[in-house]
Design a protein around this ligand. Structure first.
Ligand code: DP6
Length: 333
């Protein structure tokens, strides 16, 4: 009887953004990144090894739906990652995989970060292997989703740029150090027109790419310090500056990429008003139109009430810093 392992891995939101790949084969980023691991936005994945050299079976369930055979690019992405994990493990067997997200896919929440972290950890477990978190981070990254490298750890996590060698992510501070919240204002639920992968590829064509790289070492130091000191004013300055710079690079890439929508700017303007009125809140966006409102636990009820009042906001997801992945017993098959 083959081992069956189920892992729940969370998504993460970057304060310092990974944007630009130096080596597409080994997923080596141009710059270090730093994120907060979430707790509620997560992927649950069950894996088991098949008996012979069977074809992979990949099942997926959308929230509220039935478990179905995965198809198209989703299945291809999973099988591609399984291929890399097979090479790493030196095995040729197929796998049966079932997966579901706690949040709707295509909402601009990084489902690939949680998805590939959960897949890597479940397969490692199903093979009966034990690895360090550093190795798990390297294996998650090989999926092609660099941000998955950070989702294997809890709390506040840094993924170094690593020179010419791919590096593993490491925890900078544990989740209990600072209970920050992420109130996600969902503005657009459609899949993004330009993938992150393509965005990374185009980033270097921006005339401002090199300028951003020069700012990042200082910015990273300042974010680490602000987190250590629990200094929300310092953190919010850098987080917003950095989010705007990511989109500045995207918009000035050749050809340009516009992830923002009118609703994004509406929410950003309101965030400035709330902060001026004394709420500890700041905004960041990944490669999408949705706005992550990072705030203190004390500010969260006020932020939720205020954001629910904005007509362009379709829904609100409440999340918080979390512990990272865990193995669970409620398997998906
Ligand atoms: C803007 O290549 O990890 O979110 O696979 O789509 O999750 P996905 O993207 P990935 O790039 C993430 C880019 C980013 C910034 C970040 O998370 O650091």
């Amino acid at each position: 009887m083959s081992l069956k392992v189920t892992v729940v891995a969370p998504s993460n939101i970057a304060f310092i953004k990974y944007w630009g790949i130096k080596d597409h084969e080994r997923i080596v980023p141009y710059n270090p990144s730093l994120s907060m691991t979430l707790s509620r936005c997560a992927t649950r994945t069950t894996a088991t090894r098949l008996e012979a050299a069977d074809a992979d079976q990949v099942l997926v369930r959308q929230p509220g739906g039935e478990m179905e055979a995965a198809a198209g690019p989703f299945r291809a992405g999973v099988v591609n990652h399984l291929d890399r994990l097979r090479v790493w493990a030196g095995v040729e067997c197929g796998f049966r995989i079932a997966t579901e997200n706690s949040f709707p896919t295509g909402t601009g929440i990084a489902s690939s970060a949680s998805g590939f972290a959960a897949l890597a950890l479940a397969v490692i477990g199903a093979l009966g292997r034990e690895v360090t978190r550093e190795d798990a981070s390297r294996l998650a990254r090989l999926s092609g989703s660099g941000s998955a490298a950070r989702s294997v750890l809890g709390g506040y996590v840094e993924w170094p740029a690593g020179g010419d060698q791919p590096d593993a992510a490491r925890q900078v501070l544990p989740p209990e150090h600072w209970d920050l919240r992420d109130v996600i204002a969902v503005i657009d639920t459609s899949a993004k027109e330009v993938s992150s992968r393509e965005g990374h590829r185009r980033a270097v064509s921006s005339p401002y790419f090199a300028a951003r790289q020069e700012l990042l070492a200082d910015r990273l130091r300042s974010v680490r310090q602000a987190l250590r000191d629990r200094d929300f004013a310092a953190l919010s300055r850098i987080v917003e500056e950095e989010a705007i710079d990511l989109h500045l690079i995207a918009m000035s890439s050749r050809p340009p990429i516009f992830y923002w929508q009118a609703g994004t700017l509406t929410v950003l303007a309101r965030v400035r008003e709330w902060r001026d009125a004394g709420l500890e809140v700041c905004a960041t966006m990944d490669a999408g139109a949705n706005v992550h409102l990072i705030c203190t636990a004390a500010a969260e009820p006020g932020v939720v009430a205020a954001v629910e009042d904005i007509p362009v906001v379709r829904s609100v997801i409440r999340d918080a810093v979390g512990d990272g992945p865990r193995s669970v017993d409620d398997h998906l098959f």
